[in-house]
Design a protein around this ligand. Sequence first.
Ligand code: HEC
Ligand code: HEC
Ligand code: HEC
Ligand code: HEC
Ligand code: HEC
Ligand code: HEC
Length: 296
Amino acid sequence: MNHLISHSAPRFTFRLFAVMAFAALLVLFSGGYTEANTINDYPSGDRSGWFVDMNRFAQSAHAALTCDDCHGTMMEGGRRHPDRTRPDFLKRSATRAYDYSRCGKCHQLAYERYQSGGHAEAMAAEQKAAGAGNGETRTAPTCGDCHVSHYDRSGLPRVDVGRRMIQTCGRCHPAHTHSYLDNNHGRLGVDLGDAKSAFCTDCHGAHTVNSLKNDHNALAACRRCHQKAEAEFANIVIHASLESAPTTETEKKRSLVWIERVRWISIAVVAISLAFFFGHSFLWLLREIHEKLRKH
Ligand code: HEC
Ligand code: HEC
Ligand code: HEC
Ligand code: HEC
Ligand code: HEC
Ligand code: HEC
């Protein structure tokens, strides 16, 4: 008897432990998987790390390159890094410290387009505002905010590239990303995975960053796919948020204002109904209490 107990108890504990360990692993891996594929790949500030996963690097578009092709010598300003005398060096955001003109050696077209686009312009304005040498207040993106140089692959399916933009562009343009997802193109492309639909860069360009507030530019973007589109086509609202409304008085702006008014009216109706409902229930409760007290 004694013999039996002493064996079965540890076995039971062991099984329980195994199940728990398995469950923990599942949780870890499911968490790890999504993290590895999302925003944490972009090294910046606290998330920076000096670990390079060579398995993923070997599968990336840049697998054939050497570290030196992008990093040059491991010297900066005459000092070898990591520099023990400057611990802050390690804490700097790598995306901000990196000199992206190096990418232009091999990706001349992308680099030139980026330089001529709205993001580079916004970056220049921010740097000017922050004063020379203080790049840390930046919010406009460089290559490294949208591309993970060590791990990005080439030749991904169009829909995968399009879905990634929801995270990449969505970090800084959340309102436009939400309104895009509510729109025909977002539903068709992101939800249903139809490669024919339009993703952010089909209309705005990845590096030129075209502003489409101007109807003429918008129509040109639409005509890439809706070849027979007439001038009125550009009046169609893609992002139903006042943030992207044209500055001049146009038909599109009027529709946006109406969309906004209807939204506020519906919010008001819901709020008033809720207030009435809870107010009514509260009064009813008071009445019940009153009745109960009266009976006693
Ligand atoms: C295609 C260009 C490219 C290649 C090849 C490359 N790197 Fe990088 N690396 C970058 C860029 C760009 C950054 C700055 C962070 C960012 O924007 O991705 C960086 C950042 C780093 C960092 C700092 C990361 C951090 O978060 O602080 C380390 C360490 C590093 N690289 C090591 C390597 C090593 C080791 C190799 C070779 C196996 C290598 N890199 C190959 C482009 C490259
Ligand atoms: C020494 C040349 C070289 C440098 C420097 C370089 N790349 Fe590349 N890059 C390549 C090659 C080669 C490919 C693979 C092209 C292919 O597979 O068609 C590539 C592919 C890419 C892709 C994937 C393109 C696709 O097909 O989707 C991106 C994104 C990219 N590079 C970004 C960068 C960034 C950002 C930098 C700077 C940090 C950089 N590259 C620096 C040579 C380079
Ligand atoms: C605002 C985000 C963003 C920035 C900043 C950005 N890219 Fe891209 N890039 C993209 C997206 C999204 C794609 C893929 C979709 C497409 O091509 O329409 C892409 C595609 C690419 C490609 C492959 C296709 C092509 O056009 O050759 C290369 C190479 C590339 N980028 C390099 C760069 C370099 C180098 C920089 C910095 C000078 C840079 N990118 C800056 C978002 C960005
Ligand atoms: C790191 C933040 C950041 C990321 C990532 C980013 N943007 Fe931007 N974007 C900005 C800033 C800052 C501006 C300039 C100020 C503004 O108009 O909000 C801007 C401006 C724009 C404009 C207007 C350009 C103009 O000339 O007025 C468009 C269109 C745009 N971004 C599209 C995109 C798309 C598409 C992506 C993804 C491929 C993207 N952005 C990713 C920060 C970002
Ligand atoms: C079908 C084409 C189309 C797609 C796809 C699209 N947009 Fe737009 N976007 C426009 C048009 C047109 C405007 C001008 C205002 C409007 O009509 O709402 C605009 C306006 C903007 C603006 C305001 C700045 C400006 O001057 O244009 C930003 C930022 C922006 N879009 C970001 C995005 C992001 C991020 C995505 C993807 C999540 C996206 N857009 C997808 C067509 C598009
Ligand atoms: C990359 C291709 C592409 C671009 C660029 C594009 N669209 Fe579309 N759009 C589609 C596809 C695909 C559909 C769904 C199939 C269809 O009905 O034509 C669609 C559907 C629509 C619809 C739904 C009504 C309908 O015809 O079924 C509207 C409205 C629309 N697009 C407006 C625009 C506007 C406005 C622009 C420019 C700002 C634009 N699109 C740019 C691909 C695109």
